[in-house]
Design a protein around this ligand. Sequence first.
Ligand code: DLL
Length: 433
Amino acid sequence: MIFNPEYECMETAVRQKLQLANLKNLVEMLYANVVFYREKMDALGVKPVDIHSLKDIEKLPFTTKDDLRLNYPHGLLACPKDRIVEVHMSSGTTGKPVVDEYTMKDLNIWRESMARTMAAAGCTKDDIVQNCYGYGLFTGGPGAHYGALTIGAEVLPMSSGNTARQLMVMQDFGSTMLTCTPSYALYMAEEAVDAGIDLHSLPLSKGCFGAEPWSENMRKEIENRYRMKAYDIYGLTEIIGPGVSFECEAQDGLHINEDFFYPEIIDPQTGAILPPGEKGELVFTTLTKEGTPLLRYRTRDITYLMSEPCRCGRTTTRMHRLFGRTDDMLIIRGVNVFPSQIEQALIEIEGTEPQYLIVVNRGESHLDDVELQVEVKREFFSDETRGLEELRNRIENVMKSKLQIGVKVKLVEPKTIERSLGKAKRVIDNRKI
Ligand code: DLL
């Protein structure tokens, strides 16, 4: 179902006119209200009056994750603080999270974006949506919640985890739609088998999955196990959360809500804009946001844009499902983790050497397991084992609090971890996604 045909099927020329008007307003507003953008634009010698066409966007500065981190927490706020009604965050590269601060208008943009997203997967007011994305600072839970409410569906705000209870509710309340990470969907399906539950006998018929990389194989597996249609949805905290782009029934790329989020693909090395069909780094400008709008935000996600018409009737530009990232960010159980965060935490722990290796596996259960091998000072190994045990527990606790995921720590003797002559290899990712 197309939630908002007026905008989703708008003639391209009309949409571009709207995008240009909004881009001009945005640039004017950022130049007037945000010192960071005024300084960046002055450094490039560009003023709001220099924006005459959408193509002129290339005159504007990029924004990076580092810029967000350096301006934490409120440096990029573009409106009076008392207009902010909600805040979300996700991990940054070295400790400080990236923040999205929403005004009521921003929340309405999010609601609309997620309603379009979920309607494209077939959600109607008759659906019962079991929402197992995490609630809290993460955008997944609230995003799907708002989307379902906007459509008028019933929401079961489960949040993630407690699988036995998820399965009980799924059966007792007759959930018809599932929203969670794809790996958690598969994990739940395995648990259902162990509990003797026949998923095919349940009314679940569709789901929106995202927040982490997944493949066509995983889609088939989810579709077969639940006997449902599985749709890819994409988004990121900095831009709005989930709802930036979504698959329709054609499942041939993800439609970008481009009246709100203007996409570009750039060469990550040179910053030059690439044409549709060419793979590069995805960049978004939030055309209509008020709280923390961003100009040309470099997502570090790799994809290409598709401008051919889609058979669903929507006219919006699509992006291919992601091919990967330009940085070393790992997504573990839906949580963004940078190796540099682990390194930073280790430096603060007495007794460890700055040598570590992160090994990520996806076992039978379909959930990610992380083993962190850490070299420790030799004296720990000549000591009683209690010292080692204490150190291991300390590292596990620090990792849990800093990364928000459980990590299994293995302490190893100095010089055990293979040294590299070039770039240190910090991650072995054995997941076959
Ligand atoms: O993961 C928002 C979200 C929630 C999307 C629920 C979809 C569903 P962050 O925690 O800020 O926000 O992580 C954003 O996750 O830059 C991608 O690298 C990755 N990602 C998100 N969706 C997908 C997807 C949420 N469908 C980062 N496929 C992004 C692959 C994805 N990677």
